[in-house]
Design a protein around this ligand. Structure first.
Ligand SMILES: Nc1ncnc2c1ncn2[C@@H]1O[C@H](COP(=O)(O)OS(=O)(=O)O)[C@@H](OP(=O)(O)O)[C@H]1O
Ligand SMILES: Nc1ncnc2c1ncn2[C@@H]1O[C@H](COP(=O)(O)OP(=O)(O)O)[C@@H](O)[C@H]1O
Length: 197
């Protein structure tokens, strides 16, 4: 606890909000290389949840880096800070009763573990969007792999900055073998069974 800061308790809790919303709140934490499909699947999943009257919000790497995380680079230290802020925001959002989807590369196991600790392991679903580097590079949605190969972008994940795949993700999406619809269906089945109610 920070010195001279005394935590204030509020009477309306996450559990009250969950009861009012008629669903649980938790974080769905996607991880994977740039171009693996995190945003595409997060978007399709959010639409499906929204249509079921589930209150959601998606935190996306690119979007947060335009605001809250503006100015953070892709150095190891800044990625760590990016991860910490996202985890703290996600924690607030689940306290607010939202099913919170996060779509960040979050390349390091240790940092994802920290996020899980901040959020609480019982509220944290890790989904590995497993798309090989060669496929992401072929897709090159934003032309960033080409730039990284030409040396115009430094510290690019998978090229000159590490990506550590999860060893025990709650779910794995293999985008070369599944359609977006199949991935969403699989995630919804898992959430219905283990998290939503
Ligand atoms: N050097 C470097 N490495 C990786 N990615 C880069 C880089 N520079 C810019 N971009 C763009 O930033 C998006 C990744 O931001 P994240 O906040 O998700 O990254 S991280 O979790 O802090 O590693 C990533 O978005 P996605 O493609 O959606 O993953 C890229 O568009
Ligand atoms: N099965 C799939 N699941 C998700 N994305 C796919 C799939 N097949 C092809 N794609 C394409 O791969 C790209 C993934 O890009 P994006 O979602 O921006 O990835 P990320 O957010 O991980 O950087 C999109 O152009 C998407 O249409």
């Amino acid at each position: 606890m920070t010195e001279n800061i005394i935590k204030q308790d509020y009477q309306i809790t996450r559990s009250d909000r969950n009861q009012q919303n008629r669903h649980n709140s938790f974080v769905i934490w996607f991880t994977g290389l740039s171009g693996s499909g995190k945003s595409t699947i997060a978007n399709a999943l959010e639409i499906a949840l929204f249509q079921k009257n589930i209150r959601t919000y998606t935190l996306d790497g690119d979007n947060l880096r335009c605001g809250l995380n503006e100015g953070l680079s892709f150095s190891k230290e800044d990625r760590e800070e990016n991860n910490r802020r996202i985890a703290q925001v996600a924690k607030l959002f689940i306290d607010a009763g939202l099913v919170t989807i996060s779509a960040f590369i979050s390349p390091l196991r240790k940092e994802r573990e920290k996020a899980k600790k901040i959020i609480g392991k019982e509220h944290f679903v890790e989904i590995y969007v497993n798309t090989p580097l060669a496929v992401c590079e072929k897709r090159d949605v934003k032309g960033l792999y080409k730039k990284a190969r030409r040396g115009e972008v430094q510290n690019f994940t998978g090229i000159d900055s590490p990506y550590e795949a999860p060893e025990q993700a709650d779910l794995e999406i293999i985008t070369e073998q599944e359609t977006i619809e199949e991935s969403v269906k699989k995630i919804l089945q898992f959430l219905n069974k283990n998290y939503l109610n």
